[in-house]
Design a protein around this ligand. Structure first.
Ligand SMILES: [Zn+2]
Length: 349
């Protein structure tokens, strides 16, 4: 089968790859669509970040070269001998996190995790082998394209839940890329009032307005903290840091009200220079959110299916797998009008 395989930084090859054997509790999935994620882009530009290169990943057994892609949906084509909850023809999306499951109450990614499509083969391929417990049935009213958006949307929904956002809260979202846009949508769904989107690209800020931001601020042109304080004089209740760089991290703290919260949703690829005294002065708290719990994944499917969260709005392009480097990764780096690019595999809807 055809697959897009990560070999190293700036080295992703579309090539013929064997599919591993299906296990007793696994499904063989014919993939319809797979989204390109910011973390795939990080692996392409500055990898390896998550991809195991020095030996097999302890949780998944995977090791580079690996098939990338963790945002995917498709149709069950074959089931393992002990699978009970799925049958051939089921339309599913994939919860790609493999966790240790140490905590009794819930799966916790902070116990350590592996991801299908980073630590072991994933979804930029015609087929994937997926553990039964990682498959989630899609409602008949939801397309497989929307199914491929569940994973990134769940990241935003989890961040909103971790931040304990309540109806009426004011929020600032630093960074209007795909996860920023989904965070804006999820904040709106959760009942935030002032939703202030920040970015340095006008095209992205336009998208933020379409996603439901009530205000947009171009941080390259004005002082973002001053502008936020014009809208919320005491600062916002919650600032979401979705850009992952030093200036936005500091601005997020400065534009949050006393005892408010800065929620980090981004991946910082570099260390920053920062003095925690900023917190001593304001009582602002800092937290980070990673991925999602299984319950959030199911809730995200329900929110997209009901129309409460119109994730589809972030799709800006559909491409063929043969074009994944030029029209996918390179385009995301060079063209700020791109948000979510979906790679067509079977293209089933
Ligand atoms: Zn992702």
């Amino acid at each position: 089968m055809k697959a897009a395989v990560w070999y190293g930084e700036k080295d992703i090859r579309v090539e013929d790859r064997d599919l591993k054997e299906i296990g007793d509790h696994e499904l063989k999935v014919k993939i319809a669509w797979t989204g390109i994620c910011g973390s795939d882009l990080h692996e392409y530009q500055h990898g390896p970040i998550f991809i195991p290169v020095d030996g097999p990943d302890p949780l998944t057994g995977g090791q580079a070269p690996v098939t990338l892609g963790h945002e995917f949906a498709g149709i069950v084509e074959e089931i393992g001998s002990k699978v009970t909850n799925f049958q051939m023809g089921d339309r599913i999306t994939v919860y790609p996190m493999i966790t240790k499951g140490i905590k009794s109450s819930k799966e916790d990614v902070f116990d350590g995790f592996g991801t299908l499509g980073l630590h072991v083969d994933g979804g930029f391929a015609d087929y994937a082998i997926v553990p039964e417990k990682n498959a989630y049935l899609l409602p008949a009213t939801m397309s497989l394209e929307e199914g491929a958006l569940v994973e990134p949307t769940a990241v935003a929904v989890q961040a909103i839940k971790e931040a304990n956002l309540v109806i009426g809260d004011s929020v600032a979202v630093f960074g209007s890329g795909p996860i920023g846009l989904l965070t804006i949508m999820a904040a709106r769904t959760a009942g935030a009032t002032n939703i202030i989107a920040l970015d340095v690209s006008e095209t992205r800020l336009e998208k933020a307005l379409q996603a439901g931001a009530t205000h947009i601020i171009n941080s390259a042109e004005v002082n973002p903290v001053e502008e936020i304080k014009k809208i919320c004089p005491e600062g916002v209740d919650i600032a979401f840091e979705v850009a992952g760089v030093e200036p936005t991290f500091k601005q997020a703290i400065e534009s949050t009200k006393i005892r408010g919260l800065v929620m980090i949703v981004s991946i910082f690829s570099k260390s920053i220079d920062w003095n925690p005294f900023d917190l001593t002065n304001s009582g602002v708290r800092i937290m980070a959110s990673l991925a999602y719990e299984p319950v959030t994944f199911q809730q995200t499917i329900n929110l997209i299916d009901s129309g409460q969260l119109e994730a589809k709005k972030i799709i800006t392009d559909h491409i063929e797998i043969d074009d994944i480097v030029e029209k996918g990764f390179e385009s995301l780096i060079n063209d700020k009008s791109q948000a979510k690019i979906l790679v067509k595999l079977s293209g089933d809807m």
